[in-house]
Design a protein around this ligand. Structure first.
Ligand code: SF4
Length: 399
């Protein structure tokens, strides 16, 4: 288990962030919040996918007016995302949201910020204070802005991180003066290595829970690598108490990838099947990529963390599938299925998907009945002669 940075805890509804609580998965709706039905539908989909807290944007009064109905129907705590209008924050608090996301820098009047802090204290709800790379350079004081821009030209990374930490210090002074400490911090950048450096700097400066994320990560195809590189590195260092992976796509992908990241790092126990598949190579004799996609979809109905391997051949497959509870090794026109190291079936290519699912579902039932345990029978198969026959085919060890 990765040792985590020790920070205070905050409560967001029934969910705890920080301390020894598991890293919490967040996402954000992409609907207009005032569209209650669409927003509730998306919140439920995100929650079913494993999202534990959902943030909604409240730019208009009609959005905060929708909050009571959304809160009534939401299975998870809700955060109101506020920019520019302190009234939206007050309305959201009044509606009963579980947390506010606020950037004091884009609210004009200090007294307005104080009022929001006071309202949150009264209701006992935390505030996430975030700085973003795109919003830290001074906008009102022209001389200061020019000075900051010159420094950024000389050393963009160093100066940007220094500005982010400085701005958080200024914001935290406001919270300290209000004696309000129920705070989560974030410092989001675009570049993955800058995200790592920024959060490391913030974690050294503040003893508060951190919300990890990137800004403008892009679509999943590219944003996924950028996000996992940054967030995975930080989590591996023990930094980060709640994460939001953000994509320009359906937010359910954010939740799926956040879950996989936490499971891969051992920060969460899997509750669903784990699918391992060979990367395919010149030995392959079936359409393994399609089979893997079909198996993945079919396994989604099984709700225990059974480890399933789909391998393209019997030459290296057994070694690569080691530790799988259920495995199939495909050869020309047929495949052999193993359940915890025991060969159970030889099936034709057309039957591979159904047979593998049946074996996995039957095994899952035996686990649930307490007859067998997960991850106990390692795959231990002596492969056949790895040299191809004269016709080029790989022999299968059919019993
Ligand atoms: S399991 Fe076989 S087909 Fe798949 S990558 Fe390994 S050697 Fe190639």
């Amino acid at each position: 288990m990765i040792p985590r940075r020790s920070v205070q805890q905050v409560k967001v509804g029934g969910v705890t962030i920080g301390g020894d609580a598991p890293v919490v998965i967040q996402s954000m709706t992409s609907t207009y919040t005032r569209d209650v039905d669409a927003t509730v539908r998306q919140i439920r989909t995100l929650a079913e996918a494993g999202c534990e807290i959902v943030r909604v944007a409240v730019p208009e009064k009609s959005d905060t007016e929708a909050l009571p109905s959304i809160l009534e129907q939401s299975p998870v705590p809700i955060i109101a995302d506020v920019h520019f209008h302190f009234e939206r924050a007050l309305e959201a608090v009044e509606a009963g949201v579980h947390k506010i996301r606020l950037n004091p820098g884009n609210i004009q009047d200090r007294k307005q910020v104080d009022r929001v802090i006071g309202a949150c204290r009264e209701r006992g709800i935390p505030i996430r204070v975030g700085v973003n790379e795109g919003g830290v350079v001074e906008r009102r004081d022209k001389d200061l802005r020019a000075d900051q821009q010159n420094r950024l030209t000389d050393d963009y990374r160093g100066e940007m991180i220094r500005l982010m930490v400085k701005l958080l210090e200024e914001y935290m002074r406001i919270f300290d003066e209000n004696d309000f400490h129920d705070v989560v911090l974030s410092a989001k950048c675009v570049d993955a290595t800058m995200v790592i450096d920024a959060y490391r700097a913030v974690s050294e400066r503040f003893d508060l829970p951190l919300h990890l994320g990137l800004t403008h990560a892009g679509p999943p195809e590219t944003g996924r690598i950028r996000s996992i590189a940054a967030l995975g590195s930080l989590l591996a260092m023990g930094i980060g108490d709640t994460i939001r992976i953000s994509y320009a796509a359906d937010p359910v992908y954010e939740v799926e990838d956040a879950k996989e990241l936490l499971c891969s790092l051992g920060l969460r126990n899997r509750v669903e099947p784990e699918l391992i598949a060979c990367p395919t190579c010149g030995r392959i004799e079936i359409d393994l990529i399609k089979l893997v996609a079909d198996v993945r979809e079919k396994l989604s109905t099984i709700k225990i963390p059974v480890k399933v391997a789909v391998m393209g051949c019997v030459v290296n497959g057994p070694g690569e599938a080691e530790g799988a509870d259920v495995a199939i090794f495909a050869g020309k026109g047929k495949g052999i299925i193993y359940v915890q190291g025991e060969q159970t079936r030889t099936v034709s290519e057309a039957d591979m998907l159904d047979a593998l699912y049946e074996e996995t579902a039957a095994f899952a039932k035996r686990v649930e009945a307490g007859e067998v345990q997960l991850h106990r029978g390692a795959v231990n198969i002596v492969p056949p002669d790895p040299l191809p026959r004269k016709d080029g085919s790989i022999p299968l060890p059919v019993r």
